[in-house]
Design a protein around this ligand. Structure first.
Ligand code: C2E
Ligand code: MG
Ligand code: MG
Length: 430
């Protein structure tokens, strides 16, 4: 409160003297992890050390305040010109990042923090306390989104983006009742035979005024709220229902892969809910594979292993998705009950022309096989990529080379074509 009061006074003074004021909103990156790992007492000590470090980097005339848990704000004054002001603020922000990032000891444990910061300027970005704090917060959000350990100056498009996000979020809430979600299916081809031996369910949102919205634009929004749980339930139910319809065409349709978010895995009754869904639809857990990204797996490995062990015991297959984008070690991988490893698209793009990518993909395939994992490569778009993957012993390929992901009904037709031996893409594997 004292800080907001100071901010108000400072704005009033700056209005009279026609100066600029900067408000820097700071937030510790993943502070929860520090509390969870080292305990709350160590968390408190870390905040104390951080606040001393913040103060040490600030000029005499500045003020700093703690706004909430791990959120701080800094008030910088005395800028007569915007260009030199921006440079000076940038310098201070860089010093704060560097200083906060230095490791320190608490109870014999080495800890280090990183910060994200957002900066808003009076009068350019707002002429009152509320607007300035809100805009500094919007800039902070961008800094977080860029991965943290950085700072951003506010710009008006950030608010447009923030408003857009809010709108999308409230529309997403209604998407379920309005039946706007769709599930598309992308087949997985076995490289030695060209047969469809699996399929991945990919969610889309058919937003009337916008057309098909892809998951990268709304899954992260859903993850910020409980909507992701509802979304996950919806997908699992749809997949099971789809599986039942395919069973009328062929007694054993291929295994269906479903993408899972961390929040879903973390919900308390996740296992029971999954079991209940299978029971309701009369689908065996062995018909499904759950895909979990490498980053998700490594977020809270100990807890995740326990849940995955239980899922695995039910007969579900488990896959590590987007492999190569995280930093997992081989020994870390070994702890998880996995069946499948999916190599991230980014390595595949230039695999036929770039020697480094080729070496990485080859090494991952070898490594996965020695861990008894089957390897899927996603994002296959060209015959040259397909050729490379076949030569290097990859097990399955997925990608636009075999067309766009299709509806459940269209996938049923693909399965029928398989049985008839009239699969459209067989020739590619000849
Ligand atoms: P992912 O699981 O790694 O899915 C692969 C993504 O690559 C899909 O994007 C797919 O359409 C795209 N793709 C497939 N073949 C090609 C290709 O040849 N070239 C290129 N450039 N792209 C290709 P999509 O559908 O936009 O999904 C993005 C991500 O959203 C997925 O990545 C997955 O992590 C997430 N996602 C999708 N559906 C769900 C869901 O039901 N629940 C959750 N939690 N996440 C989902
Ligand atoms: Mg996936
Ligand atoms: Mg992937």
């Amino acid at each position: 409160m004292q800080f907001q009061h100071l901010l108000q006074q400072t704005i009033a003074r700056a209005r009279r003297t026609q100066q600029y004021v900067a408000i820097v909103y700071l937030d510790v990156d993943r502070f929860k992890d520090i509390n969870d790992t080292f305990g709350h007492a160590a968390g408190d000590t870390s905040l104390e050390i951080l606040s001393r470090r913040i103060l040490a980097e600030l000029p005499e005339s500045a003020h700093a305040g703690r706004l909430a848990g791990d959120e701080f704000a800094v008030l910088l004054t005395g800028f007569e010109r915007i260009d030199s002001g921006l440079a000076e603020i940038g310098d201070i922000a860089a010093r704060l990042l560097a200083s906060a990032g230095k490791p320190f000891q608490v109870n014999g444990e080495e800890i280090f923090l990183t910060l994200s910061m957002g900066v808003a300027l009076y009068p350019r970005d707002g002429d009152n306390v509320i607007d300035l704090l809100r805009n500094a917060d919007a800039a902070l959000y961008q800094a977080k989104k860029a991965g943290g350990n950085t700072f951003e100056f506010y710009s008006t498009d950030m608010n447009t983006a923030a408003v857009e996000r809010l709108m999308l979020k409230s529309k997403l809430r209604r998407a379920f009742e309005r039946d706007e979600l769709r599930l598309h299916y992308q087949p997985k081809y076995r490289l030695t035979t060209g047969k469809i031996e699996g399929v991945e369910a990919l969610v889309r949102w058919d937003l009337p005024e916008r057309g098909l919205v892809f998951p990268s634009d709304f899954v992260p929004l859903a993850e910020e709220t409980n909507l992701i749980l509802q979304l996950g339930d919806w997908v699992l139910n749809r997949v099971c229902a789809g599986y039942r319809t395919w069973q009328r065409l062929t007694p054993s349709p291929c295994r269906v892969s479903v993408n899972l978010s961390l929040r879903q895995l973390q919900q308390r009754r996740f296992l029971d809910r999954v079991k209940e869904t299978f029971r309701l639809h009369g689908v065996s857990p062995t018909s499904l594979e759950l895909e979990i990204t490498e980053t998700t797996l490594m977020e809270d490995p100990e807890r995740t292993i326990r849940i995955l062990d239980a899922l695995y015991a039910m007969g579900l297959h488990l896959a590590i998705d987007d492999f190569g984008t995280g930093y997992s070690s081989l020994s870390a991988l070994q702890q998880f009950p996995l069946n499948t490893l999916k190599i991230d698209q980014s390595f595949v793009r230039d695999v036929a022309s770039d020697q480094d990518d080729a070496a990485i993909v080859d090494a991952i395939i070898q490594m996965a096989h020695s861990l008894q994992l089957e390897v899927v490569v996603e994002g296959v778009e060209s015959e040259a990529q397909l050729e490379f993957l076949r030569k290097h012993g990859c097990d399955y390929a997925q990608g636009h080379l075999f067309g766009d992901p299709v509806t459940a009904e269209q996938f049923g037709q693909l399965l029928v074509a398989e049985i008839d031996g009239t699969g459209k893409y067989r020739a590619l594997f000849a």
